[in-house]
Design a protein around this ligand. Structure first.
Ligand code: NAI
Length: 312
């Protein structure tokens, strides 16, 4: 195991003991340490450590790299594939948590809950500060990426009377209409139309900075942006400028381009921005499900040759 954000590794050790797999966790995830400890390993279990091509070239025995999570943009999948290493992830453990967090952030932003709460804590009791909140019913909620999490967010948005539209070049209109999402094929038209934009797509070379100055310029001045996917999807300086210049109305972010940020992000100084520290996937139930499934995926590949959720 290259790294973890969880307090111990008891759960992983339990699974590996049962499956007859020897387990070690690396004391740090710099390239040299991982290369030294990983050179003879049969498998890597990874949370956020960067698994670069340089590291992959130094793995002499590795058959599988398992990402304990959904987004595997920290793993150089191309380099792994070229070396014949299987890459797998855990795609099905936190759809409800991320959808709840997305919608919770959206409601907090639209209803100005965090801003009002901080005013009350400072001794200001001023109901007028909430008067500019929009009515949600009938507005357009836009999903950029309409996979498993986007579909769950759509369910929640519909319950609040929002019209749900989606942009996803890899999903058919038939599939999206089953989830009550109206597909828009043109990204420019989609950005122009939506009142609220929520990001639910992977970070890839194609999608990096998909939200930048030029896409922000296409959006309504009243638009709110929610990102619970990956920080690199949004050009943060462009978002900051658009918020300062009131070209968009607010943002709720669970993910940032650099995590953890070196200092408090400039964006968090704005009253119309909410930031949480990449917690959308977390709940008491999701964490144990993730850790168990990720460890089982390693053991399954070592013992039986194929994982359940191969991504390459
Ligand atoms: P998914 O794979 O089910 O759905 C992703 C969708 O994005 C697919 O329908 C795909 O066709 C679409 N897509 C790909 N490229 C696109 C593009 N250029 N434009 C528009 N759509 C595009 O993934 P799922 O489970 O919905 O997760 C989405 C993302 O959420 C993950 O990639 C991950 O980065 C992030 N995530 C964040 C968590 C958090 O704690 N903040 C936890 C779990 C996932």
């Amino acid at each position: 195991m290259t790294d973890t954000i969880f307090p111990d590794t008891a759960l992983e050790e339990g699974v590996f003991k049962k499956e007859g797999v020897e387990f070690n966790i690396s004391p740090s995830h710099d390239l040299e340490t991982l290369a030294e400890l990983g050179k003879d390993a049969d498998a890597l279990l990874v949370v956020y450590a960067k698994i670069s091509a340089e590291l992959i070239h130094k793995l002499n025995n590795c058959k599988v790299i398992v990402k304990a999570g959904i987004g595997y943009n920290n793993i150089d999948v191309k380099a792994a594939s070229e070396k014949g290493i299987i890459v797998a992830n855990v795609p099905d453990y936190c759809q409800d948590e991320v959808a709840d967090h997305t919608f919770g952030m959206f409601l907090a932003l639209a209803r100005k809950i965090c801003h009002l709460d901080s005013q009350v804590a400072k001794g200001t009791w001023d109901a007028n500060q909430g008067k500019d909140a929009p009515r949600l019913r009938g507005k357009k909620f836009g999903l950029l990426g309409c996979g498993a999490i986007g579909q769950q967010v759509a369910l929640r948005a519909r319950a609040f009377g929002l019209d749900v539209v989606g942009y996803d070049p890899y999903s058919s209109s038939e599939l999206l209409s089953k989830h009550h999402i109206d597909k828009i094929d043109d990204l420019e038209e989609f950005l122009h139309d939506v009142d609220y934009l929520s990001l639910h797509l992977p970070l890839t070379e194609e999608t990096r900075h998909i939200i930048d100055k030029s896409s922000l310029e296409k959006m309504k001045e009243s638009a709110l942006i929610i990102n619970t996917s990956r920080g690199g999807l949004v050009q943060e300086n462009d978002l900051y400028a658009a918020l300062i210049e009131k070209r968009v109305a607010g943002a709720a972010l669970d993910v940032l381009e650099f995590e953890p940020p070196r200092s408090a992000p400039e964006l968090s100084s704005l009253s119309n921005v909410i930031i949480t520290p990449h917690t959308a996937f977390l709940s008491q139930d999701s964490v144990s499900e993730l850790r168990t499934k990720a460890s089982q995926e390693v053991a399954k590949t070592i013992n039986h040759g194929t994982p359940k959720n191969r991504v390459n």
